[in-house]
Design a protein around this ligand. Structure first.
Ligand SMILES: C[S@@+](CC[C@H](N)C(=O)[O-])C[C@H]1O[C@@H](n2cnc3c(N)ncnc32)[C@H](O)[C@@H]1O
Length: 211
């Protein structure tokens, strides 16, 4: 996306203020329809494809860079996708504002961390506070889907999600404990996933279900 910053520092002062708002379901969708949410969506290729393939579901893309959201909303209008919404969030600050308890069927955290360096580890999006929030917002039987092209990033996320200290949250790895899921079981792929596969690189994916 031309003219839009590639990264912002989510720990910057401007992003620490709580300003995410509750996302409202677009009119025309059934009140009990499936709710699929991409966290850190950037240009949201995954969400666009999913919304097209599943017109009965409400698909939401959340992102910290607000200019990206403006572009995405315009693209959704152009494509006539009425089941696709976008909203601001800083995942580690105000995700608790966006959905209520038990409202979401699936969260997709796709290629989330551009921060590879050790000194940037404190910026990782998967951390205990966020996991507690996602767990509350998931419906019974809901899912957390994570993918990364960086093995260490995926492993760190896995060790956070499967940390015995948060066993009570009930995230169950669908591939078995400490295991990755092979292949993409969803009818959509993000831009980063396509680039990764085109380069012949691996996608490290996990799927967790809650009771
Ligand atoms: C590497 S991009 C991946 C985009 C897309 N999911 C994909 O797979 O192609 C990661 C995105 O997460 C966003 N992001 C990073 N930290 C965030 C945070 N704390 N809250 C919300 N979005 C964040 C970034 O702005 C960026 O757009």
């Amino acid at each position: 996306m031309k003219g839009i910053r590639q990264h912002v520092n989510p720990l910057g002062e401007a992003f620490m203020r709580v300003r995410a708002r509750r996302l409202e379901r677009p009119p025309g969708l059934a009140s009990e329809c499936a709710v699929e949410v991409e966290l850190g969506c950037a240009d949201a290729d995954f969400s666009f494809e999913l919304a097209e393939r599943r017109p009965d579901a409400w698909v939401c893309g959340l992102e910290i860079r607000e200019r990206v959201l403006v572009v995405n909303r315009a693209r959704a209008r152009e494509h006539g996708l009425k089941n696709l919404s976008f909203g601001y969030v800083n995942l580690n600050v105000d995700m608790d504002q966006v959905f209520g308890e038990g409202e979401v069927d699936r969260f997709h955290v796709l290629f989330p961390d551009p921060w590879f360096k050790k000194r940037h580890q404190k910026r990782r999006v998967i951390e205990p506070w966020l996991l507690g929030v996602l767990r509350r917002q998931l419906r019974p039987g809901g899912e957390l889907h994570f993918a990364s092209d960086v093995f260490e990033v995926a492993l760190e996320a896995m060790s956070e999600i499967e940390d015995p200290a948060i066993d009570h949250l009930g995230f169950r790895n669908l591939a078995g404990p400490w295991s990755f899921w092979r292949g993409n079981p969803f009818p959509a792929a993000s831009r980063r996933e396509r680039t990764t596969l085109r380069r012949g690189q691996r996608v490290w994916r996990m799927r967790y279900r809650v009771p």
